[in-house]
Design a protein around this ligand. Structure first.
Ligand SMILES: Cc1cc2nc3c(=O)[nH]c(=O)nc-3n(C[C@H](O)[C@H](O)[C@H](O)COP(=O)(O)OP(=O)(O)OC[C@H]3O[C@@H](n4cnc5c(N)ncnc54)[C@H](O)[C@@H]3O)c2cc1C
Length: 505
């Protein structure tokens, strides 16, 4: 009998597991894949280490706010986080701008230099953003149960409450006029899955401000970070079992009491925590008949986050020798300042028009490739519906058409990336591609969603995000599908908050 059984070893699951194990809970994590981490995994090909997902992570410098969550989960000093010089570089049609990482004052002065007419607005926007940011952080770490805070919410969070139902666009419009500046502040909308016109305030303000305060990359790759949580679980008498898919959650008298795996093993636990996708958890592992109709109706109407298309590139030594750009990490190229238009292109998988991000991993971490070789990634946010057309054949193993389309898009993106970083295609040693169907297959997330439920105003605020507590007693969620939202640091916050709530410590 375990104190907690965790379904899935994504960061939301293992952060909760690490917190509980550290607090003497007997923890069992069951993971269907052969590696722990979900999206937060790395894979090796031909001597190169590629991250399946991660580009950049926020606020994990020693003493910074997110670092505190890592410390509370016991992994604070287990990973070396390399600080990026620039959080991001944006290449728009007629603007090429780098936003520094680590100093808000520097970010402001870069913006003021490019948009001098908006100096006052920039100053006001950063002032209000900092107030909202501090309120969100206070809410994340507050030990008072949410239901007790609710009646006093407007008083407790005076900065956050008035904007809680506002979009990023409404917030930017309040302070700024210049459309180019607004796009520059959140040209990386793909990190949150929605353009500012639909993105809730938490995602518009908290992570981006945190990235400006410090953007990082874990030395050795994302798997190193994941493994540090796994180690804490194991060092504290917990178990992390791989290749072990949960096929159902056992419910007795309306309470979750255990799980059954595909192999037919049954494990009993006092608390069951699902890190798996919400629809997988409720529909496949429990069954609609065991859930309240109101809950199912609401879930049925909810919108999932947009997916991603990824190209992983291992480049030879000649490429590195000739590479002039040794300062950038994540470079976004956008064809428009109209981020709604960019979102439409992404949803329709118009790979020739939609923005994309090139990540030059080896510029910050030379341990990812042997010798002087180079690891690079290209990613584009893409809607799942386009790929749904290929899904039946893909699942049957008839991948000819799918592979053709995958290759066409990968080549097109490499060609577009070569306008920023020359001669990539001449130096490729390893080329791997993941589509939204790949993301779905590896993690079981519906529609290959990277961020769980879409971060809209209606389903992404503390007041309306799907709760970590579920309609089934003793069953909880800790993932991108619940509070606070998707992204690697938010799901660690999800795990920490649940661990603290359950353990009472
Ligand atoms: C391409 C891409 C790029 C990204 N870039 C960034 C970035 O730069 N920075 C950032 O902060 N975030 C980024 N993200 C988002 C971030 O990685 C995710 O939001 C986050 O990792 C999700 O974590 P999770 O805990 O919800 O679990 P997931 O990673 O979704 O993992 C869920 C786990 O549960 C397992 N599972 C599912 N069903 C079962 C079952 N029945 N039995 C057993 N196991 C099961 C799965 O195999 C999986 O391991 C990116 C995502 C993608 C896809």
């Amino acid at each position: 009998m375990y104190d907690a059984i965790i379904i899935g070893s994504g960061l939301g699951g293992i952060s909760c597991g690490a917190y509980l194990a550290k607090n003497r809970w007997r923890v069992l994590v069951l993971e269907k894949h052969s590696l722990p981490g979900g999206y937060a995994t790395s894979f090796k090909r031909g001597g190169f280490t590629f991250d399946a997902a991660l580009h950049v992570i926020n606020g994990v410098g020693k003493g910074q706010n997110i670092y505190k969550f890592l410390e509370w989960c016991g992994v604070g000093d287990q990973v070396e986080f390399l600080k990026l010089q620039y959080f991001v570089r944006f290449i728009f049609p007629d603007l090429d701008i780098r936003l520094p990482s680590g100093d808000l004052g520097e970010v402001r002065s870069v913006l003021e230099k490019s948009f001098p007419q908006e100096k006052k607005g920039i100053s006001e926007l950063f002032k209000e953003a900092e107030i909202i940011y501090n309120d969100i952080f206070r809410f994340f770490i507050s030990k008072t149960p949410f239901w007790l805070q609710l009646p006093f919410f407007p008083l407790l969070y005076r900065g956050l409450f008035p904007v809680i139902n506002k979009t990023g666009a409404q917030f930017f419009n309040k302070h700024l006029n210049d459309e180019k500046l607004k796009a520059t502040l959140i040209g990386n909308w793909g990190f949150y899955g929605l353009p500012p016109s639909r993105l809730n305030i938490i995602c518009s303000v908290f992570p981006n401000l945190d990235f400006f305060k410090g953007a990082y990359y874990p030395k050795g790759g994302n798997q190193v970070m994941t493994n540090s949580f796994v180690n804490v679980i194991k060092e504290n008498n917990g178990e992390v079992v791989l290749n072990s898919e949960v096929s159902s959650i056992v419910i007795e008298n309306g309470r979750a009491v255990g799980v059954v795996t595909r192999k037919g093993e049954k494990f009993l636990g006092s608390k069951i925590i699902s890190n798996a996708c919400a629809e997988e958890t409720f529909i496949n592992l429990i069954g609609k008949e065991k859930l309240p109709e109101r809950f199912l109706k609401r879930m049925d109407k909810m919108e999932r986050s947009i997916s991603l298309f990824c190209v992983y590139l291992g480049l030879n030594e000649e490429f590195t020798t000739k590479l002039e750009n040794r300062e950038d990490h994540a470079v976004f190229a956008l064809n428009t300042y109209n981020l709604d238009e960019d979102y439409r292109w992404s949803m329709n998988c118009e790979a020739d028009k939609a923005g994309f991000v090139v990540t030059l991993y080896s510029n910050i971490d030379d341990t990812l490739a042997k010798g002087n070789k180079f690891v690079m990634g290209i990613a584009q946010v893409q809607g799942f519906d386009y790929w749904r057309n290929y899904e039946n054949d893909y699942l049957k193993g008839n991948k000819e058409e799918y592979n053709k389309e995958k290759e066409r898009m990968a080549m097109l993106l490499i060609e577009r990336a070569e306008k920023i970083i020359p001669a990539i295609s001449k130096h490729i040693e390893v080329l791997e591609v993941a589509t939204p169907l790949t993301l779905k297959r590896y993690t079981g997330n519906t529609d290959g969603a990277p961020y769980g439920w879409a971060n809209t105003v209606d389903q992404g605020s503390p007041l309306n995000r799907m709760s970590q507590k579920t309609p089934i007693k003793n069953l909880y969620l800790s993932s991108a599908w619940t509070f606070p939202c998707g992204g690697q640091t938010p799901v660690i916050i999800s795990g920490y908050r649940l661990g603290r709530k359950l353990s009472g410590r």
